[in-house]
Design a protein around this ligand. Structure first.
Ligand code: DGL
Length: 266
């Protein structure tokens, strides 16, 4: 049994959408979360900048004695996994894209048309397409970058006509042209607009990769004999800039255990 916390991070508050499934799958684990709210969005930055920021955060979490790194960010998972694995060989580093791709491949067949919506960086790397096709080359995968979603979500502009128009702007032609029937939320901020998407396209099947990340985290802890079945003490949610929206989101998500919110600037 290893009582050290799990380190989970994202460019902002999007990664918080992965906390509930992880906490549900692993109730004995303490969490150290970091959201880089001062520097979000990452998805329109260069690959080099994303890698540099990811290393700074990982370093901070590792210095705080985490027993693994779970990357609740597709943009970082698409760019920085090899770098993080090389930099911290003593702990497991688990990204969100590989487990999500395995789930997509297992639940789709050649008759499906799979759409991936993600940040510009994630789309540019084609990480989802490659990972899904590695499992099943017969699958049809199409990608769409939606860079304006994250700033609006970080501002909590969700239940609004502006958000619905933006969803239509990105998805109307994409869905109809490729006859998309399965949509993968390839950015951890997007589960926060899942209901808007479903309202606009009720026939779509939506895959939220946060469950696949939770299963991968659980598997990795088990395989590495790092599980804890302790009653977790307080989890801590760090942000590089603490906004009201960040505090509200944490409060909404963490209902079962105690937690702290703390600022950490770079
Ligand atoms: N939530 C992140 C992701 O899953 C990145 C959003 C951003 O900072 O652009 O890709």
């Amino acid at each position: 049994m290893d009582k050290r916390p799990i380190g989970i991070f994202d460019s902002g508050l999007g990664g918080l959408t992965c906390i509930a499934p992880i906490a549900k799958a692993l109730p004995g684990e303490r969490i150290l979360y970091f959201g880089d709210t001062a520097r979000t969005p990452y998805g329109s930055k260069s690959r080099e900048t994303v890698c540099e920021f990811a290393l700074q955060i990982a370093d901070f979490l590792v210095k705080n004695d985490v027993k693994m790194l779970a990357i609740a960010c597709n943009t970082i998972s698409a760019t920085a996994i090899p770098l993080l694995q090389e930099s911290y060989p003593e702990i497991p580093v688990v990204g969100i894209i590989e487990p999500a791709a395995a789930e997509v491949a297992a639940s789709c067949s050649a008759g499906n048309s799979i759409g991936i919506i993600a940040t510009k960086v994630t789309v540019k790397t084609k990480a989802y397409e490659r990972a899904i096709k590695k499992h099943d080359p017969s699958l049809s995968v199409y990608q769409m970058a939606c860079p304006a979603f994250v700033p609006l979500i970080e501002e909590n502009i969700i239940e609004s006509d502006i958000m619905d128009s933006l969803i239509r702007y990105y998805l109307d032609d994409f869905i109809s042209y490729h006859r998309i029937d399965t949509l993968v939320l390839g950015c951890t901020h997007y589960p926060l607009i899942k209901e808007n998407i479903l309202r606009l396209y009720p026939k779509l099947r939506i895959i939220n990769p946060s469950d696949a990340l939770a299963s991968a985290v659980e598997r990795s802890l088990r395989e590495n004999e790092l599980l804890s079945d302790d009653t977790p003490k307080e989890s801590t949610f760090f942000a590089s800039d603490i906004s009201e929206n960040f505090i509200q989101m944490v409060d909404r998500i963490i209902t079962e255990t105690d937690y702290n919110i703390a600022i950490r600037k770079f």
